[in-house]
Design a protein around this ligand. Structure first.
Ligand code: CO
Ligand code: CO
Ligand code: CO
Length: 322
């Protein structure tokens, strides 16, 4: 989408703090000196069989772009596409899943729109608030910063395996828990700490989103592949070749802006390009604040998180995987 949007004629408005040009997570528009609104929307096709859990995941994913900017979600509108042949009870469960997550986020549902479509789709259009001076963007990352990821990778591979009925119930539940978990706790921790940059890891995969952040900040990310949080099952699945098509698109998008050490196995590379559904936050934080941030995450965040690398002066590649 971002590539297509770039071809639109430029829109200029002095109150637009974050727009389309930085590949950031959401738009930020200043309303007055101490208030800006954050606007974002996201919707997609089911990633799990259970309609209620699908609704939760789609909502958590849409809300994530507000959290990645350091914002507080306020209002949500449902976007739904739904086939006539399915019972409306299924739609009701999807929307209930979404509504429960919106409630958990402290926001409210204020409306929405449904159209008929052969393939069901669901998501949210959201509005949130933030102080104009506190917007966390892609572009503030500094050399010396430490990189932290707040959810394990491998979610696209897990979703592909769920569609092919390759996972047992426990593995499905684990993936569903991670995807439906709000990035709210990670966002609260990063706001309390004060960080230099953040993005959420979604469809472009870890390396696609990391690249946008490294580019926007003109720095190099050195990622330690053995420190990445990864869902154990997804490593086995990647070895078996259960990899979503989007991973190959992401690899060609990142292209020669990443370099891998010889020690990095193929399945880890595949997982680094795997498109994530409702993935975690990638946070860049000053070294002296790292322990404080980890402590807050340990106390509040219920998904696996880890220090995964550091930021260096830009040298050659934007991304170095060691
Ligand atoms: Co995002
Ligand atoms: Co998004
Ligand atoms: Co951002």
């Amino acid at each position: 989408m971002a590539q297509v949007l770039c071809q639109l004629p430029g829109f200029h408005d002095e109150n637009l703090i974050v727009g389309m040009d930085t590949y950031d997570d959401a738009a930020v528009y200043k309303v007055c000196e101490d208030k800006a609104v954050i606007l974002t929307m996201d919707f997609f096709t089911p990633v799990v069989d259970d309609p209620y859990i699908f609704g939760q995941i789609a909502a958590a994913n849409a809300l994530s772009d507000i959290y990645a900017m350091g914002g507080k979600p306020a209002t949500a509108m449902n976007i739904a596409c739904f086939p006539n042949c399915l019972s409306t009870e299924v739609l009701a469960k999807i929307v209930k899943g979404g509504a429960d997550k919106v409630k958990e986020a402290g926001a409210i549902i204020v409306g929405g729109h449904t159209i008929e479509d052969n393939e069901p789709k669901y998501g949210l259009s959201l509005m949130g608030f933030i102080h104009p001076n506190n917007v966390v963007t892609n572009a503030g990352v500094k050399p010396g910063d430490v990189l932290i990821l707040t959810k394990p990778l491998g979610l696209g591979i897990m979703a592909t395996a769920i569609k092919a009925d390759l996972l047992d119930e426990g593995a499905v539940e684990k993936a569903a828990f991670i995807m439906s978990y709000l990035n709210k706790d990670a966002c609260d921790a990063m706001l309390e700490t004060g960080v230099n940059g953040c993005t959420d890891i979604t469809g472009f995969g870890f390396l696609g989103h990391a690249l946008e952040m490294a580019k926007a900040s003109n720095v190099t990310f050195e990622i330690c592949s053995d420190r990445l949080p990864i869902i154990a099952e997804s490593i086995q699945l990647a070895k078996m070749g259960i990899i979503p098509a989007g991973a190959y698109k992401n690899r060609s998008y990142v292209g020669d802006r990443v370099v891998f050490s010889n020690s990095v196995n193929q399945e880890i590379k595949d997982i680094l390009f795997d498109p994530q559904t409702s993935g975690g936050l990638l946070i860049a934080v000053e070294e002296k604040k790292v322990n404080g941030l980890l402590e807050l995450l340990k106390n509040n965040n219920k998904t696996e998180f880890s220090i995964i690398g550091k930021v260096k002066d830009k040298d050659g590649y934007f991304l170095e995987i060691v």
